[in-house]
Design a protein around this ligand. Sequence first.
Ligand SMILES: Cc1cc2nc3c(=O)[nH]c(=O)nc-3n(C[C@H](O)[C@H](O)[C@H](O)COP(=O)(O)O)c2cc1C
Length: 193
Amino acid sequence: MARRGSGAGAARTLVVYYSRSGHTRRIAEEVAAALGADLEEIREPGDRSGLFGYARCALEALFGASAEIGAPRRDPSGYEQVVVGTPVWYAAVSTPVRTYLWVERPRLPRVAFFLTHGGFGRERVLGQMSALAGQRPVAELALRLREIESGEHREKVASFARSLRSGPARAAERPPRKGAASRGRGSRGRGPP
Ligand SMILES: Cc1cc2nc3c(=O)[nH]c(=O)nc-3n(C[C@H](O)[C@H](O)[C@H](O)COP(=O)(O)O)c2cc1C
C-alpha cells in the first residue's frame, strides 16, 4: 500500500520493489518506514506461484527476458531519490525489476539498491541494476535470507536508511559502471541489457 511521508510534506524518497515470496517486500516496508518514504510494489498480470512460476522466473532470469508489468502509480521523477529492491534469480535481477529500471530509467533521480538472496549472485545483480538504471547507486544493501529470518538484518537496514536520510553524495553524477546501456525507453526489438 502506498504511504505518504512523515508529515513534513511530500516524501522525498520512493521505495520500489518486486517480491515473489515476501522477503523483499518485508525489507522494502522496513526501509520505507525508516525513511518516511512512499512505497510502490511492481505488479504484473502473470502468475509466478508454484513450480510452474518458479520455472518461469528461472527461464526469464537465465535469458535476461523482460516482463509485462503494470504502469507505476508513482512518477519516480517527482522524488529526490528512488530505492529499488529485488530478489536474486539465478544470479540475475528479477525480471519485473529489470523491466522497471529499464522503462523508468529516463525518469529516475539518484538511486539506491537493495536485494535479498540465498547467498549467491549479489555482485552480479548490483552490477546489472546499475547498468539498467544508467547510474551508480548512492547506497547498496544485500541481505541473505537467513539474516532476514533471524532478524539480524535490522541493523543493516537501519544503517542503509541512515545513509539515505543524511543526503549522500550525488553518485548519480559519477559515470555509470562499465557496461551500462545507453539512455532511452525500452521498445519492441530493443530490450534491456
Ligand atoms: C527462480 C529463483 C531463482 C533464485 N536464484 C537465486 C540465486 O541465484 N542466488 C541466490 O542467492 N538466491 C536465489 N534465489 C533465492 C531468492 O533470491 C531469495 O529467496 C529471495 O529472498 C526471494 O525474495 P522474495 O521473497 O522477495 O521473492 C532464487 C529464487 C528463485 C525463486
